[in-house]
Design a binder for this molecule. Structure first.
Ligand code: CA
Ligand code: CA
Length: 742
């Protein structure tokens, strides 16, 4: 059994996820962690920390080997590492909702202290892509920003939602690192510098990410899921009722491959095989785990896995030795194998008994009129599945629909569906009452987001009086845009907003794309271009037009629906998408671009209503900024006033003029009240400002998502420049035509 090589009990609480190990003097590894009341403590077990004496740092009254760093604000992220490689020692980085501090612990001085408008929820330190100097990259309010050791921001881009986790990993195997970003909209995005390489949609907020090796990385969700991805494919995942507080890759069984180490909210730490998710080691703490790290804390030349609990307990583990042969828990391999085999035996015996009973039922009561058959279903029984759109009626909202039916007189007793992000708890069971049993079943499905989803189905098929059922297992994919119904065009309802772009593709291929991504009625027959199709959103009734002008003859029929089309040979390969939903327009462009393998796509766009809203937001941002400046100036004035009032009150006391002293203190009391009020206003103002800045960042991200490749990056960069120089008209021009120059 693997036991800790050291245990420490620090008398400071550790804030979850805010703990890091650094060699702040270049030699001795020290633990830094955020603790209560806006403080960071640094545990230095190796030397007495006499040189910690100046402004920010002071000695802990509790422990001589702990120094405290005053941040005066809730810490929202923390890390340590070599930000300036020339220094030869690590910097400590501390982020809050308004600032990022890069701190030189050894010299007790700030490397830089930057205001960050979008806050810092997550931080990672390292090299990104071709940017030569290491960066401290923070993720906040829909924005990503990377600073070098001088505080220059060499990297900036926007992302879909608030960032919760960051990691650096060589995702595409070119030897340079990409940035993995986990955010509140359940997406893991992979940035190759500011270009998005891949997007994976998860089922909850991504709270942690960690590189494993190669293109493999670990992830944790806010619903207790942890797992491992290799590139865009998920290797395995498990779900616990506890929350994964921290994950880290570490080779604990010395087989040369890292395990995924997870620290849980119930105090458990477990190590899981990167390939299977199987637990190879676990241990328990008496409080939630705050962080899982590695470092040579004993300074004996071996790296330990270091687990920190929120109550201040720290344990270090050395990897298992060769003698342990990977057997880190006190159960023997043989015992596990016997347990596993006897479980298999149980299952097989149960299956055998079922077959025997079915055969007996068949013999004892051969198809009586009253009961009907109850034994084994015919060997040629087939299960059909069909996906379609149901426009709903008064009592039922429109939805996508899965229809399952059997090919003979058997009935469907129950259907189990596993699908991510559609049902609460990821699974859904349908079991009609005994009086409503039939050979077909319709299941409404309403995916909340436009992403393709695999539906894993288990269908129980038998007879009305069966007690044993045959289970059909199959998987159907719900197309990405299954919540849009093909409808007759209604020119009056055609959205004013649009995107225009040119793709050199045959109409046939566009039709294949339509067929793969929408639930078109079976008798839809679209041939050659130009044509236009009109869809209605099942969520809000909004219209979506996709118009394609390509050369060629036109045959275009859909039973029951007339298409409007015009022949236009002058423009070839021009596609127009009309929708007032800018996210949907972006999704369609991204979907087409990946289907047609388009690397760069420039797009002309207009979203009059959305842009008008954005214009209002930008005006508000300006207002909040000026209120912020005014309030800050007032606060500085009041601070000066306090100083002078204190001095005057003290003077009065020395002169034994109690009446004046009392008056001064009354004034001081009133001023203090004003200051507190001012602070409250500042807080509200800041919250409003953050909300509006988020809307601006999201607008830039959306404008980017309407383009692909280089044009996309150009739009994002140009939008930011326009905002920095406060050039609103240029900003809207970029969002419309994709470039600032006319
Ligand atoms: Ca790479
Ligand atoms: Ca290993």
């Amino acid at each position: 059994m693997l036991l800790p090589v050291f245990t420490l009990k620090l008398r400071h609480k550790i804030s979850p996820r805010m703990v890091a190990i650094g060699r702040y003097d270049g030699t001795h590894p020290c633990l830094a962690a955020a603790t209560q009341a806006g403080k960071v403590f640094i545990h230095n077990p190796h030397t007495r920390s006499q040189h910690f004496s100046a402004s920010r740092v002071f000695q802990s009254p509790l422990e001589s080997d702990v120094s405290l760093l005053n941040i005066n604000q809730a810490v929202s992220c923390l890390t340590a590492g070599a930000l300036n490689p020339e220094l030869g020692y690590d910097a400590l980085l501390v982020g809050t909702q308004t600032n990022l501090l890069a701190y030189d612990v050894y010299n007790n001085s700030d490397l830089f202290y930057r205001e960050v408008a979008d806050g810092a929820n997550a931080i990672v330190l390292g090299t990104l892509g071709d940017i030569s100097s290491p960066l401290a990259i923070i993720g906040g309010n829909c924005a990503l920003q990377g600073f070098d050791h001088e505080g220059n921001d060499l990297f900036w881009t926007v992302t879909g939602d608030n960032v919760h986790s960051l990691a650096l990993c060589d995702f595409d195997g070119d030897g340079k690192k990409e940035l993995l970003v986990g955010s509140e909209d359940f997406d893991i995005r992979v940035f190759k510098e500011d270009e998005i390489l891949a997007e994976m949609t998860e089922t909850e907020i991504i709270t942690s990410l960690c590189p494993m090796y190669g293109s493999r990385f670990g992830y944790a969700l806010s619903n207790g899921t942890v797992g491992v991805y290799d590139k865009t494919a998920r290797y395995w995942r498990i779900k616990s009722k506890n929350h994964a507080m921290s994950i880290h890759a570490f080779d604990l069984n010395s087989d040369g491959v890292c395990e995924l180490i997870t620290g849980w909210s119930n105090g458990k730490v477990d190590a899981r095989s990167d390939r299977t998710g199987e637990v190879i080691f676990k241990d328990n703490f008496s409080s939630a785990i705050a962080g899982v790290l590695e470092g040579d804390y004993l300074m004996d030349g071996h790296t330990q896995l270091i687990c920190c609990a929120v109550d201040g307990e720290i344990r270090g583990y050395l990897p298992g030795t060769a003698e342990m042969r990977g057997n880190l828990m006190d159960t023997s391999v043989e015992q596990d194998l016997i347990r596993e085999l006897s479980q298999k035996k149980q299952n097989l015996l149960l299956e055998l008994r079922n077959y025997e009973e079915n055969a007996k039922a068949e013999l004892s009561s051969p198809q009586s009129e009253a009961d009907g058959p109850r034994g084994i279903i015919p060997a040629n029984t087939k299960l059909h599945t069909a996906l379609s759109v149901n426009l709903g009626h008064e009592t039922q909202a429109a939805h996508a629909e899965l229809c399952i039916s059997t090919s003979n007189d058997t009935i469907i007793r129950a259907v189990l569906i596993f699908a991510e992000g559609i049902f609460l708890g990821e699974s859904h069971v349908v079991h009609p009452s005994i009086h409503n049993l039939s050979g077909s079943i319709r299941i409404p499905i309403t995916p909340p987001k436009d992403v393709p989803v695999d539906l894993h189905l288990k269908t129980f098929v038998g007879y009305r009086s069966s007690t044993q059922f045959h289970v059909f297992e199959l998987t159907r994919q719900l197309p990405r845009f299954s919540m849009y119904a093909l409808t007759s065009p209604d020119p009056a309802g055609e959205p004013l907003s649009y995107v225009n772009f040119v793709i050199a593709e045959r109409a046939q291929r566009v039709v294949i794309w339509l067929n793969q991504n929408f639930l078109l009625p079976e008798d839809t027959n679209i041939q050659n271009a130009p044509f236009q199709v009109c869809f209605t959103s099942l969520r809000n009734g909004g219209q979506l037009y996709i118009k394609i002008k390509l050369s060629g003859e036109v045959t275009c029929t859909v039973t029951g629906i007339d298409f409007l089309w015009t022949v236009d040979h002058s423009v070839q390969g021009k596609i127009t998408v009309n929708t007032d939903d800018i996210d949907l327009a972006g999704d369609i462009i991204q979907s087409m671009a990946s289907f047609f393998a388009v690397e760069d796509l420039q797009v002309e766009a207009d979203f009059p209503v959305y842009f008008e809203e954005l214009r209002k937001v930008l005006v508000k941002v300006d207002e909040y900024h000026s209120v912020h400046q005014k309030l800050s100036a007032e606060m500085a004035d009041n601070s000066n006033l306090i100083r002078s009032l204190l001095v005057r009150a003290e003077d009065a006391r020395l002169m034994r003029n109690m009446k004046t002293m009392k008056n001064r203190y009354m004034e001081l009391y009133d001023l203090n009240k004003d200051l507190l009020n001012g602070y409250r206003i500042r807080c509200n103002n800041h919250t409003e400002l953050l909300g509006n800045l988020k809307a601006v960042n999201q607008a830039i991200q959306r404008a980017g998502r309407l383009r692909v490749g280089k044009p996309k990056n150009q739009v994002i960069t140009a939008c930011r420049d326009a905002i920095r120089s406060n050039n609103i008209n240029t900003l809207f021009r970029i969002m419309r035509v994709g470039t600032a120059s006319s």
